[in-house]
Design a protein around this ligand. Structure first.
Ligand SMILES: [Zn+2]
Ligand SMILES: [Zn+2]
Length: 151
């Protein structure tokens, strides 16, 4: 799922997508995109920023945030549901669903053919156009349940 060869392809695709918009894949943009793919756990902007600092890549928090928003706007990454107050970014753009822990805010990816096959409900009465159907299941993750049992 997170193999490096695939990441290289994703980075090349991003370079082309930026180029089509008259933008350049700067080392900063590349590092920020790469960090989302590498962290793989629906990181917040702060977490991406911290990961870059650990790699001694100098980039401001504002730039990280702006770049993540731009990448999401282009469809290079997605914005996940955000149970906490911070937006969570998702390196995966393919269809998948989320298990969300209401204790620790962990988001776990999962795929399920039955959920994929769910018909999109009629939302015309809300004036809302649905682009995709993703399901968020909320509960307690494995780690939190283990802690609970120990306590
Ligand atoms: Zn948890
Ligand atoms: Zn996800």
């Amino acid at each position: 799922m997170r193999d490096p060869a695939n990441n290289d392809e994703r980075i090349e695709a991003l370079r082309q997508a930026l180029h089509a918009r008259g933008l350049v894949l700067t080392p900063q943009r590349r590092a920020i995109f790469r960090a989302v793919l590498d962290i793989g756990e629906h990181p917040t902007a702060d977490r991406v920023h911290a990961a870059l600092r650990r790699r001694r890549i100098r980039v401001s928090r504002a730039t990280v945030f702006r770049t993540l928003e731009a990448l999401a706007g282009m469809g290079a990454i997605t914005k996940a549901c955000h149970p906490g107050s911070s937006v969570r970014y998702d390196g995966r753009t393919d269809r998948h669903h989320h298990l969300v822990c209401t204790r620790c805010d962990r988001i776990v990816d999962f795929s399920d053919a039955k959920l994929d096959a769910l018909p999109v409900p009629d939302t015309a009465g809300f004036g809302f156009r649905v682009n995709e159907l993703r399901v968020q299941l909320r509960g307690i993750c494995e780690q939190c349940r283990e802690q609970e049992e120990k306590a």
